[in-house]
Design a protein around this ligand. Structure first.
Ligand SMILES: Nc1ncnc2c1ncn2[C@@H]1O[C@H](COP(=O)(O)OP(=O)(O)O)[C@@H](O)[C@H]1O
Ligand SMILES: Cc1cn([C@H]2C[C@H](O)[C@@H](COP(=O)(O)OP(=O)(O)O)O2)c(=O)[nH]c1=O
Length: 205
């Protein structure tokens, strides 16, 4: 079984991914807990060129293009799928990924790229059984990640996150494997909601 956790920054993805991994392990399943961007050389390149905003990401005086960004995330994902996700599913393990191609659709679409192009680009990515979308207002996520981001960029980031949140919600109409979970609740209540969705999915197996 392959489960993905999605949502804006600070939605509680890593907290819930860890709890879900523990839940499966306690029931005797072998679990692979993973994330995107990965910790491989591809993920490191993304952190260097895209996420830090440092001068390595500036080529000829401009930040790398949004298209190049999307391709880097897709390259990282292609390796992730081929080397870890597919072999683990085939070995009968439970794979839990903190972010997957839905992040590319939500974020790179918010950057102005064409959604259909992004969907085509990510067509190689094996579809998960279940995608948990942790949905919460940007104001709340900002409170949770306060200190993680640079204060001067605060408003710019909030604006982007709002668009990303809207995009995620729109994507649920297109991808039936996506389920919305209210991420404003307590860590424990959210975990219970996720477990209920997972148990429902396990019954189908
Ligand atoms: N349900 C919740 N209510 C309040 N705070 C939370 C909740 N879930 C997570 N947090 C806190 O919010 C912050 C971001 O959570 P994290 O799991 O790292 O989010 P993400 O992986 O989506 O960026 C952390 O400090 C975490 O302890
Ligand atoms: C996987 C992925 C992530 N991202 C973005 C979302 C996050 O802002 C950032 C990942 O940074 P990271 O700090 O690893 O994640 P988080 O903030 O959730 O703890 O990269 C994309 O824009 N496209 C993608 O395909």
């Amino acid at each position: 079984m392959f489960v993905v956790i999605e949502g804006i920054d600070g939605a509680g993805k890593s907290t819930q991914a860890k709890l879900l991994a523990k839940w499966f392990e306690e029931r005797g399943y072998e679990v692979v807990l993973t994330k995107e961007p990965t910790d491989t050389a591809f993920g490191k390149l993304i952190r260097k060129l895209v996420l830090t905003g440092g001068k390595e990401g500036i080529i000829d005086g401009a930040r790398i293009s949004h298209e190049a960004e999307a391709l880097l995330f897709a390259a990282d994902r292609a390796e992730h799928v081929a080397k870890l996700i597919k072999p683990s599913i085939e070995a009968g393990k439970i794979v839990i990924s903190d972010r997957y191609f839905y992040s590319s659709l939500a974020y790179q679409w918010a950057r102005g790229l064409d959604l259909e192009w992004l969907i085509d680009l990510n067509r190689f990515a094996v579809r998960p059984d279940l995608v948990i979308l942790l949905d919460l207002p940007v104001k709340e996520s900002m409170k949770r990640i306060n200190g993680r981001s640079i204060k001067t960029e605060f408003d710019k980031i909030a604006e982007l996150q709002k668009k990303v949140r809207e995009n995620y919600l729109k994507l649920t109409e297109r991808f039936p494997e996506m389920r919305i979970v209210n991420a404003l609740a307590s860590v424990e209540d959210i975990h219970n909601d996720i477990v209920a969705l997972v148990e429902h999915e396990l019954l189908k197996k």
